[in-house]
Write a protein that binds this ligand. Structure first.
Ligand code: AMP
Length: 210
């Protein structure tokens, strides 16, 4: 089963992706994570991506599509995969259609008023990528899952979040109609807790794989 997780920044895609990946044994492919890894390793792609990511803009389609095309042909993707944060433009979706058959698109629908607080209070594990919120960490600075150090993403600040949201509305939100027209869209309201959201997604995935 090949799945796409769609949604605005802060909708909880990463959090749900790691749960889905564990429960359904699907490799989790996050273009954002791939870019961050490249930035950390100071590769050519990382250097290029950083200039866009720091401003809350999208990395050019050609670069992003190539990365995904190379990733989904790896042996671990043979039985399916889950794309998180890709596609983010119609051009990316069209490029993906040429190389993949998508079975389901989960659109995580979140109230925009919740996003700023979710993202600016987000802390991420440097090692496993798990996300937390400062209000539930009670001062903890390490990951309860793997013990890794928590950090705040450089693009999780009010100014960059504003641009990311504008980019989402202009370039990514049209994908909702794109996939609806193909009959692939499943909408999930993700204003609640990660557990509540996961329950709705799991119900859909269970009925889907039967
Ligand atoms: P994320 O971790 O999904 O929030 O992505 C962080 C940043 O990486 C985004 O704000 C973009 O700058 C870049 N990025 C991630 N995925 C894509 C994509 N599919 N297309 C273009 N840029 C992307």
């Amino acid at each position: 089963m090949n799945i796409i997780l769609l949604g605005a920044p802060g909708a909880g895609k990463g959090t749900q992706a790691s749960r889905i990946s564990d429960a359904y044994a699907l490799p989790h492919i996050s273009t954002g994570d791939i870019f961050r890894e490249n930035i950390k390793n100071e590769t050519e792609i990382g250097l290029l991506a950083k200039s866009y990511i720091d401003k809350g803009q999208l990395v050019p389609d050609e670069v992003t599509c190539k990365i995904v095309e190379n990733r989904i042909v790896k042996p671990d993707c043979e039985k399916g995969y889950m794309l998180d944060g890709f596609p983010r433009t119609i051009a990316q979706a069209e490029a993906l259609d040429k190389v993949a058959k998508i079975d389901l698109v989960i659109n995580m629908d979140v109230d925009f008023a919740l996003i700023m607080d979710r993202l600016c209070g987000r802390r991420v594990c440097k090692d496993c990528g798990e996300s937390y919120h400062v209000t539930t960490l009670n001062g903890a600075t390490t990951c309860s899952r793997c013990g890794g150090e928590l950090y705040q993403r450089k693009d999780d600040n009010p100014e960059t979040v504003e641009s990311r949201l504008a980019v989402y509305s202009q370039q990514t939100a049209p994908l909702i109609e794109y996939y609806k027209a193909k009959g692939l869209l499943f909408n999930v309201l993700s204003n609640g807790t990660p557990e509540e959201t996961f329950e709705m997604i799991a119900k859909k995935l269970d009925s889907f794989s039967k």
